[in-house]
Design a protein around this ligand. Structure first.
Ligand code: SAM
Length: 341
């Protein structure tokens, strides 16, 4: 793996360079997420989506030597970045928590963390700016890159297989289901006709030609390939399956009084979080801490446009027993990530 140079700027922010390309990353809803977690010195906290370790380092700094931080990420590059960022700062070695990092999906949380042991779980969903801004990972429709889109580079399914091998009706269905794209049939037809599609830029051009509404001039509204790229990424990474498993396991892993904080970036995710917490609130498994989702301030959005679509929901674990028995939901693609530390 390349060794990214990094530097810390405003609280929680990190910037660096990979393969000659720069990236900058400021954790979204940073203060709000840490406040809702209400980190207790000496507690056990789980960062289910380490990314570049921005939120995780804020948690670690509040835990003290008696505390424990457990982190998950599917992406080995992110995990390595977070591992370095979470090393005890000079002078705080004696006051730094025990840190355990898993190269695994957060869908496996109940298999890897003891029941009732966590004081809080944070999940900041989706891709990081490091993943998005590295053209070689194939997430961006704004750059020339391979059709990859895997968060876990060791998983099997790539965007290339979806784009170049799936039959037209499956492709249309997944673009509709995971992108909520009304023009899914037209887009799927255009993709199949243009095969072989060789790169992200090629895919973006094919989708844009098929998806741009007649009355929307170029440059207005969201990029016409946004929803299709979102759909393929969600499918390749089984994002909704994993989130369903996490929401099912969280009541089992979090002790009564502990907190769940989830930041989502599109309506499919937010709906799942809202429904799980509302349902849990009815049975006493959760006490809702956010009736409406918390969103980013204008100031944060101006500094970090990615924050525009972020929605944070938080809940406190009630006394009622509940939660999935810790089994991983059967995945859409039958894949399973494992700890390869
Ligand atoms: C938005 S970033 C998190 C940023 C992080 N909060 C920070 O402060 O740097 C999301 C990260 O979660 C990881 N991720 C997404 N889905 C995951 C899953 N199901 N299991 C484990 N990691 C996942 C991605 O690989 C990515 O590194």
């Amino acid at each position: 793996m390349e060794d990214p140079s990094e530097s810390k700027g405003r609280e929680g922010a990190v910037s660096g360079a990979r393969g000659g390309r720069g990236f900058s990353h400021a954790p979204v809803l940073y203060k709000e997420a840490i406040d809702f977690l209400a980190v207790r010195r000496g507690g056990t906290y789980i960062d289910a989506t380490l990314g570049l370790g921005g939120h995780a380092s804020a948690i670690a700094a509040r835990l003290g030597a008696e505390g424990r931080l457990i982190g998950f990420d599917k992406d080995t590059a992110a995990l390595e970045m977070a591992r370095r960022r979470l090393a005890a700062p000079e002078g705080r070695e004696q006051d730094w928590p025990e840190i355990t990092l898993h190269h695994a999906s957060f869908a496996e949380i109940a298999e890897r963390v003891a029941a009732g042991s966590a004081d809080g779980v944070l999940a900041d969903l989706g891709v990081s700016s490091m993943q998005l801004e590295d053209a070689g990972r194939g997430f961006s429709f704004q750059a020339e890159g391979p059709l990859d889109m895997r968060m876990d580079p060791q998983s099997e399914l790539t965007a290339d297989q979806v784009v170049n091998q799936f039959d037209e009706s499956d492709l249309a269905d997944l673009i509709y289901e995971f992108g909520e794209e009304r023009r899914s049939r037209r887009i799927a037809r255009a993709i199949v006709r243009a095969r072989p599609i060789k790169s992200t830029a090629h895919l973006a051009q094919v989708v844009s030609a098929a998806a741009r509404p007649m009355n929307q001039p170029k440059g207005k509204g969201i990029h016409p390939a946004t929803l299709t790229f979102q759909a393929i990424r969600i499918y390749v990474n089984r994002e909704l399956e994993d989130l369903r498993a996490l929401l099912g396991s969280a009541p089992r892993v979090i002790r009564p009084g502990g907190r769940l904080v989830v930041i989502s970036f599109h309506s499919l995710e937010d709906r799942m979080v809202k429904d799980a917490v509302r349902e849990g609130a009815r049975s006493g498994v959760w006490q809702m801490l956010t009736r409406k989702p918390v969103i980013a301030s204008e100031e944060e959005i101006a500094k970090n446009p990615r924050a525009r679509s972020a929605k944070l929901r938080a809940a406190e674990r009630g006394e009622t027993r509940g939660g999935a028995p810790g089994k991983r939901a059967v995945g859409l693609l039958g894949q399973r990530s494992t700890d390869r530390r």
